[in-house]
Write a protein that binds this ligand. Sequence first.
Ligand code: 13P
Ligand code: SF4
Length: 332
Amino acid sequence: MDSTEFSKKEILKNGFLDINVPDNIDILESIQKLRKEKNAIILAHYYQEDAIQDIADFVGDSLALAQQAAKTDADVIVFAGVHFMAETAKILNPNKKVLLPDLNAGCSLADSCPPQEFKEFVESHPDHKVVTYINCSAEIKALSDVVCTSSNALKIINSFPKDQKIIFAPDKNLGEYLNQQTGRDMLLWDGACMVHEAFSIEKLIDLYKEHPDAEIIAHPESPRHILKAATYIGSTSGLLNYVKNSPKNKFIVATEAGILHKMQQQVPKKVLLPAPAKEDNTCACSECHYMKLNTLKKLYLCLKHEIPNIEVEEELSKKALLPIEKMLNLSS
Ligand code: 13P
Ligand code: SF4
């Protein structure tokens, strides 16, 4: 049995390569070497573990990552993020190899929108346009008129005439926020991100009482009661820019805690406090366990063996590409 066969077996079993890396291998050095040899690019989301963000060629929010994927001339894309992000990169690059260090890196929001149910929902509202948040599967994208992310959602929604009926899916919290911002009455799919749903308003208020000089900022995937407490609401890149440009020195940040790494690098003198989660856990914050499935070791192994790689069936890929391209055109 050669090592590739072994790898494929492992992938089928676990969704990632679970083979030993010998002690004499320097993982960081080996990743650098392999990425040059293979003309690979490493794209990472702000929610990835610190070490992955530090070695990535590009770290960004969902929109910036899709834009990078659309314009890269690399032969191999290693996507340090979750499945829908790597799948979007593959749809944009059907002829390139797109690798995801751990295939189990899913998304509760994407899972909250099953394709068959959504198809029936869309078909029962034929006079509605369909706008979907990028956090969804290729099947859902293929049923959409246009895709959006949290950083361009307002622009995308406003590109439709005011009286156009719209279905917005899958995030009900982002949808409700957009309805409030635009004065529209979009029909919302009942999905949510478990990471942002996990914030505790009671603990947030207690933390704010301890730090009354802090400003609360939040991602729009957070529920209404959290957004009400925030003075700024924005995507991960929006939150980063806000903290960088604000005269304030202390922030309580209501999004996945991985963002604090880049944020702290950008504002080393400011105090950043993660918003507390309902459940007690090691970080006392809210972490996306899907995002954290990717590790430096898995990234090294997937780049070395070029597996697990993302495949999207051709017809589906062509259908899903249209609303993604529409988003990219509207965002440029
Ligand atoms: P953005 O990076 O677009 O703000 O999205 C956050 C998120 O939840 C990604 O899964
Ligand atoms: Fe999905 Fe939420 Fe994790 Fe983002 S943070 S990948 S929306 S579960």
